[in-house]
Design a protein around this ligand. Sequence first.
Ligand code: GDP
Ligand code: IMO
Ligand code: MG
Length: 417
Amino acid sequence: MKNKADLIVGIQWGDEGKGKIVDMLAQNYDVVCRSQGGHNAGHTIWVDGVRYALHLMPSGVLNKDAINIIGNGVVLSPKSLIEEMQQFADLEGRLFISDKAHLNLPYHSLIDQAREKLKGENAIGTTGKGIGPAYASKINRIGNRAGELLEPQKLCDSLMQTFTFEQTLYQALGIKTPSREELLQELEGYKNKLAPFITNTTTLVWQSLDAGKKILLEGAQGTMLDIDHGTYPYVTSSNTVSAGACCGLGLNPKDIGDVTGIVKAYCTRVGNGAFPSEDFGKDGKMMAEIGKEVGTTTGRIRRCGWFDAVSVRYASRLNGCDKFALMKLDVLDGFERIKICSAYEYKGEIIDFVPSDLENVKPIYEEMKGWDSVVGISDFESLPEAAKEYIWRIEELTQTKVGIISTSPERNDTIIL
Ligand code: GDP
Ligand code: IMO
Ligand code: MG
């Protein structure tokens, strides 16, 4: 049978715990790939009390035997990646960057931040990392790709030309572009650090598949932040759903194998936009405190609320999930009652689907009994009965099996079913 690539995808608004699961699974994979997003992602991994925060680096990097690929669909900030690479000594031969990945350069961040400021209370609440402007350059066909870093003079000419064309925009936003000398120096610096890693990753992924290697695709952000299927315009600028991974790596849909959706046992969102099951009271505060819900990339406090079975079922279908990994179950320890949003009220009717104007729904809840503690439990039978009931109800409402349950940030505190 043809070898396939397994996929990990965020099901809610990001920060579900993808990093932990990719790191854990990566111990048994040969290749780990990122296919979209950029350094807006923040994937936290804890191993034996040591914390790693990854942004562009695939979360397979802690498995010394795995190779890591940054695919063509990623927008690559050379500056951010070079900083991140300093945590790891031995990357040559096990990190590969697509020569087709578009560059996310400092001026993209300046545009992102200036636009957000101008929008005032309508701001998206972006990470300010230049993601939207970098993808816009790509779609506008004025972008530059990682392969061009190998010829800094030429890349510099191209960028100086773009700066001239886009002058009106930069002036309106109050952005100062670098001089040719400054820019060239910056680009030479990137080339010196990144040249050994830039290659044709499309063929590398194909060769790995054909050689029977085990490949894991690591999603960034979450389904509800997808540019097409999320809560537009309060979304990120890439296709975060499983289908996006094909375009972002040069795979075809038949190359995708098992799809695991990563889902928090409750729900969080950072930035603005609809969040029907958000809890503004003490329960939401408790989730934020116990769950340490502070953004890995921007340090912002995440908004918290109850598990939204309607949007999770939608996301499961969009991604073709074979199973879920249910994360952070321990954060609900000690809650007397736990709510699940099982339907929405929308224009005077009860609905069980996600409308394109999600900001206009009201959540309808059912309540379940809480439990004392699940922290660190690593076998299903040892879970309190109420926790098992909660998991079974989630499976029922979302029509998706839970195959992995996570009970602490540590790699080994995980139940595999
Ligand atoms: P990602 O962006 O999906 O990789 O998720 P983040 O790393 O941004 O956020 C998830 C946070 O939850 C990280 O700080 C993880 O260390 C932590 N985490 C992951 N799984 C668990 C869990 O089961 N329990 C608890 N308490 N924390 C977890
Ligand atoms: P990981 O991979 C959570 C959010 C931002 C903002 C919106 C647009 O760690 O799950 P952007 O900078 O992408 O233009 O911001 O998307 N966002 C994330 N939220 N987790 C992420 O990544 C996110 N990446 C972007 O907060 O609301
Ligand atoms: Mg994150």
